[in-house]
Design a protein around this ligand. Structure first.
Ligand SMILES: Cc1cc2nc3c(=O)[nH]c(=O)nc-3n(C[C@H](O)[C@H](O)[C@H](O)COP(=O)(O)OP(=O)(O)OC[C@H]3O[C@@H](n4cnc5c(N)ncnc54)[C@H](O)[C@@H]3O)c2cc1C
Length: 424
């Protein structure tokens, strides 16, 4: 049986390991630099509740993880009403045009299908490359879909993936799928009880995960690969990189293709703050602030907030409630983001008592426009398997668990085929 060494025990590495194991043809060893699994699925217990400071929601696009949760008997809690500046989110998206919006949603779905098929089947075609690189706002205008702009402001910009005038169409359409649209309409947005991290902890129990074993060196030979960690050297038959490539730039000699990907990707910064706030909303709605979603909004503007923890929301010892707040980080420091949040909360009628926890994540890898026009996507696909190395995770798929797990569903059989050819 072949052994695959996996770098990173985030959602990408863990789900790929499980899928590899299920083929019965390979065993996986996962090396993780932290002392916990889950990567950006990070949950923290505070004030008698578990709060997700990273991965928050599941939708109908999360079909595979939803099934794994059901298998583990992990329940999911439906997310409460979502409001944009006081209006229910669907009303905001419709912008007072219910009939045209329904028609637009159908138009969007067929345009999405056509376009994603082109990205998939002919990524090298010049016109397809140009569309891939185009900002999604321009693509929506070209398709004549004004309500879908508002849908994407909520689904894309508000979730930390960038403004519509900047985000390449190929990346925006990976996330804003018809199933995401339908999930919102059918109120099928949920969160696992006890948080995402606890799900991955239980999920990983049947896997070989080596915690605290950051990959420090990789030597790729013709037949085997040696992976160095603080515990020593492990020889494997193949490598699956399920961590950002820049995390490995000191550990391995990159090929020209790997170097090109590294240079074509920049990471955004998303701040997630668990804060104790007085005098704010009493219900458990998610509230989204429209002015932070529009191009030109400044870093640190409040994207959205929600009462943290399971309903009914808990009050802390000061009689205040815990809220989760999200901001784009830009170049702001942690202290500047907290200050900006304090001001924003005050302007919106609350009082920020204290910050219980703040995490600023490297989030939503963005492809360079010129590199997309030059065929980045086709190159990323073609480099899979070179030097017995495969790649998954947010860079190669999208910054969401659903996309990553679906990506692995296609990647793993290709890996098994490639490994079979290598061992013959
Ligand atoms: C605030 C926030 C909210 C989010 N909300 C959602 C949501 O609602 N729904 C959704 O689907 N997704 C959501 N996401 C996105 C989702 O969490 C990520 O897309 C997902 O975690 C990425 O998985 P990954 O395995 O590619 O990378 P990561 O989760 O980043 O995991 C990579 C792992 O690699 C490890 N690593 C790095 N370098 C090394 C090394 N040298 N050796 C060994 N290990 C290494 C890291 O420690 C980490 O554990 C959210 C993320 C954030 C931050």
């Amino acid at each position: 049986m072949l052994t695959v060494g996996i770098v990173g025990a985030g959602p990408a590495g863990l789900s790929a390991a499980r899928m590899l194991q299920e083929t019965g043809r390979a065993r996986a060893i996962i090396f993780e630099k932290q002392e916990r699994v889950g990567g950006k699925s990070f949950s923290t217990p505070r004030y008698g509740d578990v709060h997700d400071i990273g991965t928050c929601y599941s939708t109908m696009a999360h079909a595979i993880t939803n099934r794994w949760m059901r298998d583990l008997k992990i329940g999911q809690i439906p997310i409460a009403r979502q409001m944009v500046d006081g209006a229910p989110v669907m009303q905001y998206i419709m912008g007072g045009r219910p009939f045209t919006t329904t028609r637009e949603a159908l138009q969007f779905m067929s345009a999405w299908k056509r376009q994603t098929r082109a990205f998939e089947e002919t990524p090298g075609d010049q016109a397809v490359r140009a569309t891939a690189a185009m900002p999604v706002g321009a693509w929506l205008d070209q398709q004549g879909l004004p309500s879908m702009r508002r849908y994407m402001q909520r689904g894309l910009t508000n979730m930390g993936y960038g403004y519509l005038d900047e985000t390449p169409t190929i990346q925006a359409l990976r996330w804003c799928t018809p199933s995401l649209l339908i999930s919102g309409a059918l109120k099928q947005v949920k969160a696992p009880e006890n948080g995402w991290q606890s799900f991955w902890e239980r999920f990983s129990q049947s896997l070989d995960v080596r915690l605290g074993q950051g990959v420090l060196g990789v030597r790729r030979g013709n037949d085997t690969i040696d992976i160095s960690t603080p515990a020593g050297v492990t020889r494997v038959d193949a490598l699956l990189i399920a961590a950002p490539l820049d995390e490995l730039k000191d550990a391995m000699a990159f090929s020209a293709a790997e170097q090109r990907v590294l240079e074509a990707v920049t990471w955004g910064r998303l701040a997630a703050t668990l804060a104790s706030i007085a005098g704010w909303r009493r219900n458990d709605d998610i509230v989204i602030y429209e002015d932070a979603l529009l191009p030109g909004a400044s870093p640190g503007a409040l994207l959205s907030s929600r009462v943290a923890g399971k309903p009914p929301p808990k009050k802390d010892r000061h009689g205040t409630r815990m809220f989760m707040c999200f901001q784009y980080g830009g170049a702001l420091s942690s202290a500047e983001l907290a200050d900006r949040l304090r001001t924003e909360v005050c302007q919106r009628g609350g009082y920020l008592d204290h910050v219980a926890m703040q995490k600023i994540w490297n989030f939503a890898p963005r492809y360079d426009t010129r590199a997309l026009e030059d065929g980045l996507v086709a190159r990323m696909r073609d480099m899979q398997g070179d030097q017995r190395t495969w790649y998954t995770g947010a860079t190669f798929s999208f910054e969401a668990v659903s996309n990553i797990v679906e990506f692995n569903k296609t990647l793993v059989p290709r890996m098994i085929d490639g490994l079979g050819a290598l061992s013959r």
